[in-house]
Design a protein around this ligand. Structure first.
Ligand SMILES: NC(=O)c1ccc[n+]([C@@H]2O[C@H](COP(=O)([O-])OP(=O)(O)OC[C@H]3O[C@@H](n4cnc5c(N)ncnc54)[C@H](OP(=O)(O)O)[C@@H]3O)[C@@H](O)[C@H]2O)c1
Length: 258
């Protein structure tokens, strides 16, 4: 059976990984759009597609269109695109389906729940691909998603929005906590790798147990002297001190209520 063809709008992290994964799974990539021709061509060359740097050059020769651009650009870009009858999906965790309604009557969401960075390898085999849309749209998106991953589910806009918020805490904020920890250890000239077993243990335990039963630390024990000492170490960095105070307070209030 002929595989549906795809056009990718965007040339960033998700456009790159999705384009490569779809091509490797046998889906022809027709066009790659990027607002800078040099970027569009760079990705188009990798997936054997034609580059475009103008939305007016996007033609209706593909079956499915992926809008993998920044969240804030989805709606404004959609207003400039007309692809009547085509299946058009964005890849955002936070934007609702109606943000695409001016492009086509057949729109949906193809949200790969993972952190993507060009140059960092991604294993798609068990990567959750969360779809939203009407049945007719899902029928087109489902085979593409299943060709990439064993973990495909259909969810609502509200469920995707909640998952995205949770993902920001699990990935983006946690990653930033690692950055803060690295700055602290670098400043003190102590080897960051002393923290590696703790980091590994934390993630392993969090995935195997209910984290509400695992919380430890000065905030949980209400060790006020230690908290005051930590705040004094952060005296020169009011923004980080505020983060520490806010997290400490949140943990204390959370367990006071429990
Ligand atoms: N990265 C992730 O981990 C991840 C995971 C799941 C879903 N997503 C979602 O996937 C989408 C793309 O994310 P990303 O990480 O790939 O972003 P990204 O790497 O920052 O790439 C964004 C792309 O959007 C283009 N763009 C931004 N504003 C534009 C505008 N006004 N007109 C035309 N093009 C514009 C950028 O073009 P330039 O290169 O010219 O700036 C770039 O090609 C977002 O909706 C995001 O929420 C991301």
């Amino acid at each position: 059976m002929k595989q549906p063809s795809v056009t990718i709008i965007g040339s960033g992290n998700v456009a790159f990984h999705l384009g490569i994964a779809l091509k490797e799974s046998g889906f022809p990539i027709v066009q790659v759009y990027g607002r800078r021709m040099e970027r569009a061509r760079w990705l188009a060359d990798k997936v054997s597609a034609t580059p475009a740097d103008s939305l007016s050059d996007i033609h209706n020769g593909a079956d499915v269109y992926f809008l993998a651009v920044s969240d804030d650009a989805i709606e404004s870009l959609s207003q400039k695109l007309k692809l009547p009858g085509k299946v058009v999906a964005h890849t955002s965790g936070s934007q609702p389906t109606p943000s695409l309604q001016t492009v086509s009557a057949r729109t949906g969401v193809f949200y790969p729940l993972q952190s993507f960075k060009i140059g960092r390898k991604v294993d798609w085999t068990h990567l959750p691909i969360l779809l939203t849309g009407e049945d007719e749209v899902l029928a087109k998106l489902f085979p593409l998603a299943r060709a990439l991953s064993k973990h495909v589910a259909v969810i609502t806009d509200a469920q995707r929005s909640a998952l995205h918020l949770a993902a920001v805490f699990i990935n983006n904020f946690t990653n930033h906590c690692f950055t803060i920890a690295r700055e602290i250890t670098d400043d003190a000239q102590v080897d960051f790798s002393h923290l590696t077993p703790l980091a590994t243990h934390t993630v392993k335990q969090a995935l195997e147990h209910d984290t509400r039963d695992l919380q430890t630390g000065p905030a949980r024990r209400n060790d006020l002297q230690t908290i005051r000492h930590h705040l004094s170490l952060l005296a020169d960095d009011p923004a980080l001190k505020a983060v520490y105070e806010s997290m400490t307070q949140h943990i204390q209030t959370y367990y006071d209520k429990a």
